[in-house]
Design a protein around this ligand. Structure first.
Ligand code: KIV
Length: 278
């Protein structure tokens, strides 16, 4: 018997079943209005800890807290109907032990209504991933370039450049899949390495800078929309320049206010006309 599902949200098993099928379309979202705009077009909305850099202006994802992720996760669930919503576990909220990871992930699931969590790490996180899944928490893995390990890697460097590194990323991906992850984000990974991993794994790979051979693609929405330009990785394709449009709109508003063209009569509240008495 299949599990009864409330509503029409794409489920974790449905995502997993897309292995080798139509590529999964995934974008990040951090807020209700962005979730509303993206929801009809994507399979997965990821509340990524990239919000630390994109929304809060930090220079890495390390300062992001579990409470921040929960607040943004709940906002994205409220703004979406059909996408599968996943929430990143932030740095320091899961690496210590499987029990710590469970407490953090359980809060995310209970307080946001998301369908699963994503966490960074390979072989060293396999036991934690298994622990979460055995306790009812779907986990999406994340290997290759792992932004939470930026200081160990010495920067945001593509993964799999040497034979040794390639074997390491492949072993990470395999360990995470064997632990039960329903999908794996492959970030900043050389094309042949990503292709070999995607062929090898029984679960979907979701690429970001990891070539079209992955089973799906994800990008940070603000990169796609031209709303974040502190830096633009080479794997981003911009589909709009909304940052420029916002600047133009703000300039037009400023000029209208200064010239008293705004507000107009249609924006003003007026006293009701007194009834004629006879
Ligand atoms: O934090 C994030 O937005 C991510 C994606 C870039 C995959 O992990």
């Amino acid at each position: 018997m299949s599990t009864p599902v409330r509503g029409k949200r794409l489920t974790v098993p449905a995502i997993q079943a897309r292995k080798g099928g139509t590529p999964l379309v995934c974008l990040t979202a951090y807020t209700t209005p962005m979730a509303r705009a993206l929801d009809p077009h994507v399979d997965i909305l990821l509340v990524g800890d990239s919000l630390g850099m994109v929304l809060y202006g930090f220079d890495s994802t390390l300062p992001v807290t579990l409470d921040m992720m929960i607040n943004h996760g709940a906002a994205v669930v409220r703004g979406s109907e059909t996408a599968c919503v996943l929430v990143d576990l932030p740095f320091g909220s899961y690496q210590e032990s499987p029990e710590q990871a469970f407490r953090s992930a359980a809060r995310v699931m209970a307080e946001t209504g998301a369908s699963g969590v994503k966490l960074e790490g390979g072989e060293e996180m396999a036991a934690t991933i298994r622990f979460l899944i055995q306790r009812g928490i779907p986990v999406c893995g994340h290997v290759g370039l792992m932004p939470q390990a930026v200081h160990v890697a010495g920067g945001f460097r593509a993964a799999g450049r040497s034979e040794e590194e390639a074997a390491h990323v492949a072993a990470d991906a395999r360990a995470v899949a064997e632990a039960g992850a329903f999908a794996i984000v492959l970030e900043g990974t050389l094309e042949p390495v990503a292709a070999a991993i995607s062929t090898d794994l029984p679960v979907p790979t979701i690429g970001i800078g990891a070539s079209p051979s992955c089973d799906g693609q994800i990008l940070v929405s603000e990169d796609v929309l031209g709303l974040f330009s502190d830096f633009t990785p080479r794997f981003v394709r911009r589909y709009a320049e909304l940052g420029g449009m916002i600047g133009d709109a703000a300039a037009a508003y400023a000029s209208d206010v200064q010239a008293r063209r705004f507000p107009g009569p249609e924006h003003c509240f007026r006293p009701a006309r007194a009834k004629a008495s006879n």
